[in-house]
Design a protein around this ligand. Sequence first.
Ligand code: SF4
Length: 199
Amino acid sequence: MDLEKLKKNVTARGMEFFYARTAEEAKQHVLEQVRNTTVGIGGSKTVDALGLYDELCKTNEVHWHWKDGALPEVYRAAEQAEVYLSSVNGISETGELVNIDGRGNRVAALTYVVGKRVFLLASSKKVCPDLNSAMDRARKVAAPANVPKLPGNRPCNTTGQCWDCRSPARGCCVMQVIMFRPMNAAKYELVLIDEDLGF
Ligand code: SF4
């Protein structure tokens, strides 16, 4: 991984970049900046592994469907919060951030952000040389690892591989590439963590 190249290309797109050697460092970095705000969280093994939900609940109003139930009002409150936390499924050294979503709440919350603070927390293992390989990673590594947790039958449940299926239960339905700049005065920050976290 070319860390300097990644940092240069992410910041050139108007996003902030923070490199954390450990998950704990990343966690403290986020906590320091979001105290006493409303926080929404998208489905993320990385955010869960950092234990951010419990810590944030001490000083913040937090909305997360993984903890509060997969209810329309929970998704809505998360989307409308002042701060949004998520991970990404692929990162290119050229500065693009890739996500795949099944329900759309996460990519919606990361797309129409008005004046919001967004933290994207991701393991350095998700960094790829270019956009094509980052999209490939999202489709072939992250999606078949994530999707089988959802109800329904599809080929990746049993094979652990993506077959680009047409199953009605397909759990990876939309791909988002944060490619150019954050919109609507939103403040994005990529927090890259030098530990093996998430899918
Ligand atoms: S396209 Fe189908 S097989 Fe591939 S990860 Fe998505 S649900 Fe699984």
